[in-house]
Design a protein around this ligand. Structure first.
Ligand SMILES: [Mg+2]
Length: 253
């Protein structure tokens, strides 16, 4: 979708921004720690924070502390681990969603599975156990089967599995990004604004739906989804749109 068309949809609205990170603002890397954060993106996000008077939040599968480290020195409101963690204001505490915790036994089982598939990598995010297979894509299907088997065997209906880009993740079913947007929208800096959510993955589906439900806009990255407001081709186009958004708003000020 052309950036100009997106800008046209948003014209005249008092906006707030909810942004996924991996696959949306940033290109995927071989390891989650190896992503590149372009300095221009950090500069544009800082300007966006001023223009939208703090009404901007990251909504990511990463833990909030990891998000802070990635975008240092920026610090925004944030939802981490798909909504298991939430920070309502930039200076606020990171709070944990009730009942988001996973058992230690389950983590040991995940580690055991990962050892069966060389090149895959287990990540313990406390409220999410992720197995990345970006470096060993041939193991994706068998790995997913093993994780499904493990969750079935746990006989715990509160668990769910997310199949993302190059990653399978176990989390609590009650944890999802749409809930996080709803909670953040009740905060003073966000209330009364029109939400925009941008995301690229299945984990973003509840957040797309929430943004639309709140009379906002939802944009996907990569695949276009007919039910949404539009789509961007890749993270580079998202960054170009963000730059355009902040520079148009600056000119209007
Ligand atoms: Mg993503």
């Amino acid at each position: 979708m052309a950036i100009e068309s997106v800008m046209k949809q948003l014209r005249g609205k008092r906006l707030c921004l909810f942004l996924d990170i991996d696959g949306t603002l940033l290109e995927f890397a071989a390891h989650p720690d190896a992503v590149y954060v372009p300095p221009q993106l950090v500069a544009d996000l800082r300007t966006a924070y001023d223009i939208f008077e703090g009404a901007i939040a990251f909504v990511s599968g990463r833990p909030v502390r990891q998000i802070d480290a990635l975008f240092h020195p920026l610090r925004f409101s944030a939802a981490g681990v798909h909504g298991a963690e939430i920070r309502l204001s930039p200076d606020g505490q990171i709070m944990q969603t009730k009942d988001a915790g996973l058992s230690q036994e389950l983590w040991l089982d995940v580690m055991r599975i990962v050892q069966l598939f060389p090149g895959t990598l287990a990540e313990n995010k406390t409220f999410g156990y992720a197995v990345h297979y970006r470096n060993a894509p041939q193991f994706g299907p068998s790995l997913a089967t093993e994780i499904e088997r493990l969750v079935d065997a746990a006989r715990d209906s509160t668990l769910s599995i997310l199949h993302g880009h190059g990653v399978v993740e176990i989390k609590k079913a009650s944890v999802e990004k749409g809930w996080a947007i709803e909670v953040l929208m009740q905060q003073q800096s966000f209330a009364g604004r029109t939400p925009i959510f941008v995301g690229d993955d299945v984990t973003d589906v509840p957040a797309f739906a929430k943004a639309l439900e709140l009379d906002g806009f939802a944009y996907s990255v990569g695949h276009s989804r007919p039910e949404l407001s539009g789509s961007f081709e890749n993270p580079m186009e998202v960054r170009a749109w963000l730059a355009s958004l902040v520079h148009t708003a600056e000119a209007d000020h």
